[in-house]
Write a protein that binds this ligand. Structure first.
Ligand code: SF4
Length: 243
């Protein structure tokens, strides 16, 4: 049996931490020096999200059957084999024996955004949406990390399909294993997640400590990316946030 059984996590907005910092990075604003003209709107859009948005996550681990040169074979449901295709991820998980997939989404956010007819308000809502989605993903993946810590196990950095060297088509494997439709998250044929403010990710479980491989360190967008990992800030912000 895999270490982490599939678990749906209903998340309350109040449980999400570090959201303001994530928002500031997405909106590229300094929260302590917000111009008066915008401060009220920032607060209003935050409050609107707090009232209307319902985050949810799903997480599970699966056994690794085989690590090949360019792919990893995972033990799926009913004895099926699921595949992760990426030379980068095979390197990341070289010493791992299970893989953790997680997903988080924001239900109600799109409706909130669509109801707004003001461009500035939409801009701040978008930034709050990205911030809450990334923190919901962190909350979901932390559920797994805490269980692993209790077992004395180690884990790799988390990577999201679409990041450097991790083809977006691996979303199909994430959706096959997580079945996130149950939390309102679906995938289109072109690999778009609906709702858009959603995050999926993968990390490996190992017996011993793993070398850190942070997606942002390999990403061409890092210089201009508001979500880039910031080791100096004492925490990681990664694609879609800091999951
Ligand atoms: S958070 Fe930004 S810099 Fe980091 S991997 Fe994603 S796009 Fe690249």
């Amino acid at each position: 049996m895999a270490i982490i059984q599939r678990k749906i996590i209903e998340i309350s907005m109040e449980e999400l931490t570090d959201v303001d910092r994530a928002f500031a990075r997405h909106a590229q604003v300094n929260m302590d020096k917000l111009p008066k003209a915008y401060a009220g709107l920032v607060e209003k859009t935050r409050e609107a999200c707090m009232k209307a948005v319902k985050p949810a996550g799903v997480v599970r681990s699966v056994k690794i059957r085989e690590i090949r040169e360019e792919s990893i074979l995972l033990e799926g449901d009913g004895g099926r084999t699921e595949e992760v295709r990426s030379t980068f991820i095979t390197e990341l998980m070289r010493d791992c024996f299970e893989a953790v997939w997680f997903a988080a989404t924001l239900n109600g956010f799109r409706e909130l955004l669509e109801a707004s007819g003001d461009l500035m308000e939409q801009f701040f809502l978008e930034a709050w949406g990205s911030a809450f989605a990334s923190r919901a993903a962190a909350f979901t993946s932390d559920y797994a990390r805490e269980l692993l810590n209790k077992e004395g196990l180690c884990f790799t950095s988390a990577w999201e399909p679409g990041q450097h060297g991790f083809d977006i088509h691996n979303q199909q494997t994430a959706f096959e294993l997580l079945r996130p439709e149950e939390i309102g998250l679906t995938l289109t044929e072109s690999m778009l997640m609906i709702p858009a403010k959603s995050v999926t990710g993968l990390f490996g479980i190992a017996e011993k400590e793993q070398r850190e491989m942070i997606p942002c360190d390999y990403c061409e967008l890092r210089a201009a990316c508001p979500s880039a990992y910031d080791s100096g800030a004492g925490g990681g912000f990664r694609c879609g946030g800091d999951a």
